[in-house]
Design a protein around this ligand. Structure first.
Ligand code: UD1
Length: 416
C-alpha cells in the first residue's frame, strides 16, 4: 500500500490569486500547486504591476501598485480561467480591457453569463476587435439571477462586487467548494460575503481590504484521479488531505464499482477490488453532482470493468476527446452525442496515444497503468496544466512512468 499527499486545488488557487489584486498590500497564499496554469496566473499578476514571489508552495503577492488596466492577450488566450481577472481588475481599477479567453478545447465555453450579469450591475461593456472593454465607474449592487450556475461567472461577480455600493445578490450561483474557498479567502481580507455553497450569495460592499495569509484546500479532482489510478490497478492507497468532504459524489461511484473507502482525519484510505464492477450511469452535473472534471479518468477505470457502463456528459459538449485514444488501447467505447457506453474489456494494450486536454490526458496515463506493454502519451504539457507532478506521485505508488519533454515541445504544445 502507498500513501500520497494530494496537491492544493487548481480551481481554488486561480480565483484566489486573481482576488489578491483587490488588496492594496500583501497576500500570502500557502499550498499553491506548481502547475502551468498557476504559473500563467502569476505572469498575469506581474504584467499588471504586482510583485509576486514563490517560496516553495507559497506565493506572496504585493498588489500595492497596479499600473496596467489591460490584461495581456497572450495569457488570456492561453488560459480560459484568466477571465476571472476581469471582475477583480474592474473592482480595483474600474476600467479594464481583456481579450476573449482560450483554454482547454473541451467545448465552446462562452462567457455570456458573465457579461449579462455585469451589465445588470451597470457595468458598461463594449466588444471591440475581439477585446472586451469594460467600465464599472457607475456600478451599483443589484440582484443577478444566473440561468446556469457557472463557476467562473459566480467568481467573477463575487470579485467584481467587493467594493460596490449596496448589496449584490447572486441567485442560482455555482455551489462548488472552490466558491466557498473564494468567499473564505476574500472574507479573510475584510470582504463581507455570505451564502457561498447555497442557492444565494450576498456581497455587501466594503471600502477597503487588509493583508491576509490563506491556505488553499486540497484538489478534489487530483484526489479523484489518483483514486481512478488505484482502481484500475487493483491497488490500495492512503490519499492524504482534506478529501472526503468534497468528493462524496466521486467516492459513491467508486463504491458502486466495488472499491472500499475509509475516511480518516488525515485523508481517505482507498482499496480497489481485483476486478471493477460497472456502473449503471454517471451523469456529470454542477456540484454536488458528479464533476465533469472527473469524467475522463473514471471512464478509463470503467474500460476494464466486468460489464457495461454508461456516462452522460451534461456540462461540456466536447469532452470525449480521449475516447479515440482509449480505443487505440483496446477499450470498447461507443459514443453518441453526450452519451458514452463503455463495455469493459479484460485487458488494455499499451499504445502511442495523444493528450488533447488536461483531464483527458490524465485518463490516458491511468489507462496506461493497466495496459500490457508500454504506453506513450504525447503532449504531456496539457496534463501539467493541472497536475504538479503526476509522474512523481504515481511513481511513488509503484508505477513505472517517466516524463520526457524538451523545451521546444513544451513551447510548441502551448501554441496548439
Ligand atoms: C470551471 C472549472 C473547470 C470545470 C468547470 C465545470 C476553473 C478554473 N475551471 O470552469 O475545471 O470543468 O468549472 O465544473 O474553476 N457557460 C455558458 N456561458 C457562460 C459560462 C459558462 O454557456 O457565460 C457554460 C459552459 O460552456 C459550460 C458550462 O456553462 O458548458 C459550465 O461552465 P462554467 O461553470 O462556467 O465552467 P468554468 O468556470 O469555465
Amino acid at each position: 500500500m502507498g500513501e500520497l499527499t494530494v496537491q492544493g486545488a487548481k480551481n481554488a488557487v486561480l480565483p484566489v490569486l486573481a482576488g489578491t489584486i483587490l488588496n492594496k498590500g500583501i497576500s500570502i497564499i500557502n499550498n499553491c500547486p506548481q502547475i502551468i496554469d498557476v504559473k500563467c496566473m502569476v505572469k498575469i499578476l506581474t504584467s499588471v504591476g504586482c510583485i509576486v514571489k514563490w517560496e516553495g508552495s507559497t506565493i506572496i503577492v504585493d498588489a500595492s501598485n497596479i499600473n496596467n488596466t489591460m490584461v495581456p492577450e497572450e495569457y488570456v488566450r492561453e488560459m480560459r480561467s484568466s477571465i476571472i481577472m476581469l471582475g477583480a481588475m474592474l473592482a480595483r481599477e474600474k476600467i479594464v480591457s481583456i481579450s476573449y479567453p482560450g483554454g482547454c478545447s473541451i467545448g465552446i465555453r462562452p462567457i455570456d453569463i458573465h457579461l449579462k450579469a455585469m451589465k445588470k450591475l451597470n457595468v458598461s461593456i463594449e466588444e471591440v476587435n475581439g477585446f472586451i472593454e469594460c467600465d464599472a465607474t457607475n456600478m451599483v449592487g443589484d440582484t443577478v439571477t444566473f440561468e446556469y450556475p457557472s463557476v467562473g461567472a459566480t467568481e467573477n461577480i463575487m470579485l467584481l462586487s467587493i467594493f460596490s455600493e449596496g448589496i449584490t445578490k447572486i441567485n442560482n450561483p455555482a455551489k462548488e467548494p472552490e466558491i466557498v474557498e473564494l468567499q473564505n479567502f476574500l472574507n479573510s481580507m475584510g470582504a463581507d460575503i455570505n451564502g457561498a455553497g447555497t442557492d444565494q450569495i450576498l456581497i455587501r460592499g466594503v471600502s477597503k481590504l487588509h493583508d491576509t495569509e490563506y491556505t488553499i484546500m486540497t484538489d478534489r479532482i487530483v484526489a479523484g484521479t489518483y483514486m481512478a489510478a488505484t482502481a484500475i490497478t487493483s491497488g490500495e492507497v492512503l490519499l492524504k488531505g482534506d478529501i472526503a468532504q468534497y468528493t462524496e459524489s466521486i467516492m459513491d461511484k467508486f463504491i458502486e464499482m466495488g472499491c472500499i473507502l475509509k475516511k480518516y482525519k488525515e485523508g481517505v484510505l482507498f482499496k480497489a477490488p481485483k476486478r471493477l464492477t460497472p456502473v449503471d450511469k454517471i451523469v456529470t452535473r454542477p456540484y454536488p453532482g458528479f464533476p465533469t472534471d472527473m469524467q475522463s479518468q473514471i471512464m478509463s477505470a470503467l474500460t476494464v470493468a466486468e460489464g457495461t457502463s454508461v456516462i452522460v456528459e451534461s456540462v461540456f459538449e466536447a469532452r470525449y476527446k480521449n475516447v479515440d485514444e482509449l480505443t487505440r488501447m483496446g477499450a470498447n467505447i461507443y459514443t453518441s452525442g453526450n452519451v458514452a457506453v463503455i463495455r469493459g474489456v479484460k485487458k488494455l494494450q499499451g499504445a502511442l496515444v495523444s493528450a488533447r486536454e488536461l483531464r483527458g490526458g490524465a485518463s490516458l496515463i491511468i489507462a496506461g497503468l493497466a495496459a500490457d506493454g508500454i504506453t506513450i502519451v504525447e503532449n504531456p504539457h496539457y496534463i501539467l496544466r493541472g497536475y504538479e507532478d503526476i509522474v512523481r506521485d504515481l511513481g511513488s505508488l509503484g508505477a513505472k512512468i517517466y516524463l520526457k519533454m524538451t523545451g521546444d515541445e513544451f513551447e510548441e504544445g502551448k501554441k496548439r
